[in-house]
Design a protein around this ligand. Structure first.
Ligand SMILES: [Zn+2]
Length: 128
């Protein structure tokens, strides 16, 4: 393989295209380009596979870093119930919005670290 898993992980988590290593994946904060602007690698696989994965990571992060701490504060009486609910909802939304590009990077990293041969540069290699 031309691009090893370690390289894929580093490139993806720094917001770069896992195939060519250039910054060309993001169209906006919430959207990927359909293809990398440098190497034309396809970034949107099935309809919205990457976005679906992002949502799941968002839930997990919101539960771990917002919902559970807020519940503990409410149970300990340090936060009122309705304040806790408001903080939980608003905090989860803000967390997901702020971390969205990172979550997209994470999903791409996971996908190509598991299937490195999906990268065009790795697939071009002569099997002999
Ligand atoms: Zn690229």
């Amino acid at each position: 393989m031309k691009i090893e898993r370690g390289e894929i992980v580093i490139r993806s988590l720094t917001g770069r295209c896992p195939n060519c290593g250039e910054f060309g994946m993001f169209k906006t904060w919430f959207r990927l380009h359909k293809h990398c602007t440098h190497c034309e690698m396809q970034l949107e696989k099935e309809e919205s596979g990457f976005y679906f994965g992002t949502t799941s990571i968002g839930y997990v992060l919101a539960i771990l870093f917002i919902i559970i701490p807020v519940c503990i504060l409410v149970v300990k009486g340090l936060l009122g119930m309705w304040t806790g609910i408001s903080v939980g909802i608003i905090g989860s939304v803000i967390l997901c919005v702020l971390l969205y590009p990172f979550m997209l990077c994470w999903v791409i990293m996971t996908y190509f670290a598991v299937c490195p041969l999906e990268l065009p540069k790795n697939a071009q290699e002569d099997p002999t």
